[in-house]
Design a protein around this ligand. Structure first.
Ligand code: NAD
Length: 373
């Protein structure tokens, strides 16, 4: 099959959907791989490395005009216009974005959104949410640490003792757990909160303290289990008790990292203006949910704002700020998914009986397969 890898053109996007490592494997399986000139440069993948791996370096139109296009982000209108009807597309294609799905369907594409893969053991090697959230959690701590005007570890020096930073992590999924691990390595004292009781053990095993918000009804306990590992919106009474617990911790915290998400919905607001006001001057909040509306009421996407002496970082798309590793892991996720949709003769074969394929399929050659609203 002719496989194309175009450059990503969305603002701030520095990742690429294939690396020399994955291109080599695709070429070895008999595919013809074409890569847009310069597509991998920001991710440390040179044209020469792609060429040595067996790819041809081509212009944008040729990369977008392949039978199968590998992308990182949802194509924009000009990209859709350049793709051929009947082509296949694999990427992080925003499975909750009905307008995006409709546009890909109108372009006659067979499109797979990797974010929609189930969180099962078999799907682990193609789990883009995990590979990218892990990087985001790491980078969030580094960004917050460099914005914070003090140090993270406790230090005893001849000039006096420096206290360890107190870090509060709200939401302990993949990103939050990596944020705990990274902050721990830097020497911080960490507390973390989540709705799902299953994460208590994981938080504690990383050396952080779990902020316990006990359940008062069976309904609360039931909802907190989530579905498929994901959180569900919690009842208002629990959210109020969580807010009270968070408010107490915020007064002590030096750095707060928020990662709480509920798939397909606006992120829950966990940090109010009042809570920001109560923080110590010089504290830092990094809102990883800023693209989904934000966990902090005062965060702004794409900006670091200072409110009541607190720096609030709203850096979107954190994985793209670690483009080489983010691309390397993403490209391996894509390669593993390809094994499910390419038959032994190297042709596209969409087996809807496969739960991973079925979950990721958005549209298929003019048939709208997924509609959320
Ligand atoms: P996510 O990015 O969807 O959400 C981040 C975290 O925010 C979650 O832990 C969620 O419970 C939490 N959250 C939501 N509302 C909250 C609130 N009001 N207060 C505090 N926290 C709140 O989550 P994710 O990182 O994608 O992980 C989702 C699930 O998938 C987890 O159960 C994880 O263990 C599981 N997972 C499974 C596999 C696998 O088996 N292959 C791989 C990766 C992740």
């Amino acid at each position: 099959m002719l496989i194309g890898i175009p450059a990503e053109t969305r603002a701030g996007e520095a990742r690429v959907a294939a690396t020399a490592e994955t291109v080599k494997k695709l070429a070895a399986s008999g595919h013809r791989v074409v890569v847009e000139a310069g597509a991998g440069l920001r991710a440390a993948q040179t044209d020469d490395a792609f060429r040595a791996a067996g790819a041809e370096i081509v212009d944008r139109a040729a990369a977008l005009g392949a039978e199968l296009v590998l992308k990182v982000r949802l194509p924009q209108d000009d990209e859709l216009a350049a793709m051929r009807r009947g082509a296949a597309l694999i990427g992080m294609l925003e499975p909750f974005n009905d307008a995006g799905i409709a546009a890909m369907n109108a372009a006659g594409l067979t499109a797979f959104a990797l974010e929609a893969a189930p969180r099962t053991t078999r799907a682990q090697s193609m789990d883009v949410l995990s590979s990218q959230a892990n990087i985001a959690g790491y980078k969030a701590v580094l960004l917050a640490a460099t914005t914070y005007g003090r140090m993270m570890p406790m230090m005893m020096t001849a000039a006096g003792t420096v206290k360890a930073a107190r870090v509060l992590i709200l939401g302990a999924g993949v990103a939050g757990l990596q944020a705990i691990a990274t902050a721990k390595r830097l020497g911080a004292v960490i507390e973390a909160s989540d709705v799902r009781p299953a994460v208590k053990e994981q938080i504690e095993s990383l050396g952080a303290k779990f902020v316990d918000v006990p359940f008062e009804t069976e309904e609360e306990r039931e909802i907190a289990q989530g579905v498929g590992g994901y959180a569900r919106p919690m009842p208002a009474a629990w959210m109020q008790r969580q807010a009270a617990a968070v408010a107490e911790r915020m007064k002590q915290a030096d750095i707060v990292i928020t990662t709480a998400l509920i798939p397909g919905r606006k992120a829950p607001v966990l940090v109010t203006e009042e809570m920001v006001k109560s923080m110590k001057p010089g504290s830092v909040i990094l809102d990883m949910a800023v693209e989904q509306g934000g966990n902090c009421a005062l965060s702004e996407a794409g900006a670091t704002v200072v409110k009541y002496g607190v720096s609030i970082i709203g850096q979107p798309n954190l994985p793209a700020t670690v483009p080489a590793d983010a691309s390397a892991l993403y490209a391996r996720n894509v390669l593993d998914f390809l094994k499910l949709v390419v038959d032994k003769d190297g042709a596209l074969a969409v087996n809807r009986e496969d739960d991973i394929v079925a979950a990721c399929l958005l549209c298929a050659g003019g048939e709208l397969v997924r509609r959320n609203g």
